[in-house]
Ligand binder design. Structure first.
Ligand SMILES: [Zn+2]
Length: 275
């Protein structure tokens, strides 16, 4: 199977599974629901995929293939066995994505791109793929640079891309995970309850739980929050701005980074002090 086929099949399988889970055991009642949100959110993932194919067709996997062929990158210079380089490479990519996510929150012009993801008024499986195409392209460039410099093996890059896509859909899903199971899973994987804190309208909660795959970086760097202050049922999802449901439309999503609602503050300049 070719790499795009693997990724598409994994995406479709996880998407269907999480949607079924959401229908059978939803975690929270909807604020807005699916019909107003899905066309915009799914439109974004299609545009993102097309944008990457058109503008950076090699993507991260192409860079890994090239680095392998030319013997470029740290792990190739060190001559590490592929399995070890793959495992460490996977961890490095996850740490880089964690750091990149923090940058997207703390650098004002990056936040303008990333807040499109946060402006969703419910969090469900489609929120996990709702990113502005410019954010997706920037993220791809960061991944490509990491893969080239570290010399991460091809298999690890493919695995990381598939796993990141899958965990993003899993931990944005509006699903019930029994508390005892959440506690166990959360030791090795970011769970829906852990990530939902990150979608709270309260800025100090938005600026926590940055991890997408591994929960360890948040614990290590002090950005971990176990749960929202108002609880999962009482919390409000989204941002203080862009709360008009018209903002869920695809055309509005694409232009959000370039609009600042008059008289409204999106919180980036008045963020609470670091913890
Ligand atoms: Zn975020």
């Amino acid at each position: 199977m070719s790499e795009p086929t693997i990724r598409l099949a994994a995406f479709a399988g996880i998407f269907l599974a999480m949607t079924l889970w959401e229908v059978l055991a939803p975690r929270r009642p909807w604020a807005v629901g699916r019909s107003a949100r899905w066309p915009g959110n799914l439109g974004m993932v299609v545009i993102d995929a097309v944008a990457v194919r058109l503008l950076i067709p090699t993507a991260a996997v192409g860079v890994a293939l090239l680095a392998e062929a030319r013997g470029f990158g740290l792990f190739h210079w060190l001559g590490w066995p592929t399995v070890l380089a793959g495992l460490v490479g996977f961890l490095v990519l996850d740490l880089v994505i964690y750091g990149q996510h923090m940058a997207f929150h703390h650098v004002p012009w990056l936040w303008r791109l990333h807040r499109v993801h946060h402006a969703d008024l419910d969090v469900d499986v489609t929120t996990g793929v709702r990113f502005h195409p410019v954010e997706i392209l920037l993220s791809m460039v960061v991944k490509m640079a990491t893969v080239a410099l570290i010399g991460i093996p091809v298999a690890a890059v493919v695995a990381f891309e598939v796993v990141l896509n899958a965990t993003a859909m899993f931990n944005h899903a509006n699903v019930v995970l029994p508390a005892w199971l959440d506690r166990i899973v959360r030791l090795i994987l970011v769970t829906p309850d852990m990530h939902r804190v990150h979608h709270s309208v309260i800025r100090s909660e938005t600026d926590s739980n940055f991890g997408f795959n591994l929960p360890w970086w948040d614990r290590l760097f002090g950005t971990y929050r176990a749960e929202p202050a108002a609880g999962h049922d009482g919390m409000t999802i989204g941002l203080p701005i862009f709360r008009n449901p018209a903002e869920l439309r695809l055309d509005r999503l694409l232009t959000q980074p370039f609009r600042q609602p008059a008289g409204e503050e999106d919180g980036v300049a008045v963020r609470s002090s670091p913890r």
